[in-house]
Design a protein. Sequence first.
Length: 68
Amino acid sequence: MRQVLLYQDEDGVWIAEVPSLPGCGSDGETREEALANVREAIDLWIEDALERGETIPEDYSPIMVVQA
């Protein structure tokens, strides 16, 4: 399980980013689509890293939410 940042951009597209996996992210027209797409992106990111013999980073914790 990985922490995912999920938010809407200025055009209303949902963005899903995985902070612990550099460059890993996806998007979608809905929250559900963005989450499904990022699950696939996580799997591909890890698969690629393992093929190259790289170490998979640990996930970040704890989560802190700040409202501004």
